[in-house]
Ligand binder design. Structure first.
Ligand code: GDP
Ligand code: MG
Length: 456
């Protein structure tokens, strides 16, 4: 325990509020076993303090009058092999807010205090159980909006991002060594480290650029994918939207111009969030409200990740509609899937460049889902990183990149000032250490942990 950052005993519920089978209350800190012994009764007069580490014990939590609060399981874990690095007891009780509150209050009466948001994770960081990037990944993991998002967060928790930053650090350290060697061999004409240094610098810049490039793709991964139904009035956009949702969410009517505003609904498909967006049909109209709806449709065309361009395949497009469609194809070709709806009717033209379907008879919806999946897979493949990058990381990387660009300038000079280069490299290493938080200041640390909730 000697080198561990210790704290007074903290307590919090780790599971969400609400009724359910079980809830988990965690206590950690110096002398936590004694505290728990004071608030529980175990069979055969056993004591938590004397239990072996990482063992589970059935028992009863009692209040100060020795009245039972709940029958629970105690999970006893000795420091340092715990999440926080400190002695820890996790109590699994029945999930009723009155029981949980009574249990926590009882712990407070015995000397514990309520944990602050993120305090358990902060202790884990301070006790070097995890670095700052890993701490952030716990928050990502809890709030993941898709399975893919959660998997990346888990990879990050396992240390993949930290390894990548370590690699950058190693490259910079190697450069520092080369600079130091350059001082020594400065008189010797034959030894020139310039090229090696420059090569290494561009390799670092490439690594950073790769992480930056993936940032946008990762935002998509976190926020889910926008799939917009766009096309002329009465093509069956709202019918398709409902068919994919498997419920009647949007109004369907033979009267043209029924959908005047965009309607959104979210579904979960293949581990991702899909936000389906039904839009107003494209046509020239003097109706001001409809006009506004149409300009919103065009906005959605820009924002969409996948644009379903819906045709009424029972008729050919009017000249005006053709103009709208061609413009969309010209601007958004890569994300467009052409959807030929109403193929239950006679089709006056042939098509091979899209998906035929009938929203009315629920035909072709699976093929459409497969086509959307294909587009989404192509988008997710843009993210080549096994870990997640957040705003803090990107800002830090941008600062590092700018500083490296300065070093490149210094190295492009006829006579390289190695002392100056060393100094700058050192500065960059300090900057990089903000990732792991190894030499972190309080302000950065608070910024990271303030987004957490109590119990984490
Ligand atoms: N025959 C046929 N009619 C359809 C199909 N899909 C939609 N409709 C009809 O076309 C009309 C317009 O549909 P709606 O979904 O409101 O079109 P929107 O204006 O593009 O949203 C309605 O009367 C629907 O019942 C289809 O696949 N086949
Ligand atoms: Mg509609």
């Amino acid at each position: 325990m000697n080198n561990l950052y210790s704290c007074s005993i903290i307590v919090a519920q780790c599971t969400p509020n609400g009724q359910g089978a079980l809830a988990l209350v965690r206590l950690t800190g110096d002398r936590v076993f004694e505290l728990v012994d004071n608030m529980c009764v175990l069979p055969a007069k056993k004591k938590i303090t004397n239990l072996p580490t990482h063992s589970v014990q059935y028992g009863t939590v009692v209040d100060i009058n020795n009245e039972p609060i709940d029958h629970v399981l105690f999970f006893k874990m000795d420091a340092p092999h715990t999440f926080t690095g400190l002695d820890t007891v996790e109590i699994t009780c029945h999930n009723n807010i009155f029981i949980v509150n009574a249990l926590i209050e009882n712990a407070i009466n015995h000397g514990a205090r309520i944990a602050e948001p993120g305090e358990f994770t902060k202790l884990a960081f301070l006790n070097k159980k995890i670095d700052l990037v890993q701490a952030e990944s716990i928050d990502e993991l809890i709030h993941a909006t898709s399975l893919a998002h959660a998997k990346s967060a888990l990879k990050q928790l396992e240390g993949s991002f930290s390894a990548s930053i370590d690699n950058l650090e190693q490259q910079l350290l190697h450069l520092l060594t080369l600079c130091a060697a350059s001082f020594e061999f400065i008189e010797e004409e034959n030894i020139d480290f310039t090229q090696t240094i420059q090569k290494q610098l561009s390799s670092i810049i490439e690594d950073i650029a790769r992480i930056e490039k993936n940032f946008d793709a990762q935002i998509q991964l976190k926020e889910g994918f926008k799939i917009a139904f766009i096309g002329c009035v009465n093509a069956g956009k709202s019918s398709l939207f409902n068919a994919m949702l498997e419920k009647k969410r949007a109004i369907v009517n033979e009267k043209a111009g029924t959908t005047r505003d965009t309607i959104e609904a979210t579904i979960s498909k293949n581990g991702y969030y899909w936000t389906l967006i039904d839009t107003a049909g494209l046509r020239t109209t003097h109706d001001v409200i409809e006009q506004e709806g149409i300009s919103k449709s065009l906005e959605q065309a820009i924002l969409a990740d996948v644009l379903l361009l819906v045709y009424d395949s029972s008729r050919v497009l009017s000249t005006e509609e053709e103009m709208f469609y061609n413009k969309l194809i010209e601007t958004h070709e890569a994300k467009i899937i052409k959807v030929y709806n109403k193929n239950d009717q006679e089709i006056p033209f042939s098509y091979l460049d899209g998906i035929g379907c009938s929203a009315l008879y629920n035909k072709g919806i699976d093929e459409l889902t497969t086509a959307i999946n294909k587009k989404i897979n192509a988008l997710t493949q843009k993210n080549e990183l096994p870990f997640l990058v957040n705003k803090r990381h990107i800002l830090l990387l941008q600062t590092v990149k700018a500083k490296i660009a300065d070093v490149v300038l210094l190295c492009n000079k006829e006579k390289i000032a190695y002392e100056l280069v060393s100094c700058q490299l050192h500065d960059i290493l300090v900057q990089l250490s903000e990732f792991s938080g190894n030499t972190i200041n309080e302000k950065i640390m608070d910024r990271v942990f303030e987004t957490f909730c109590v119990g984490k």
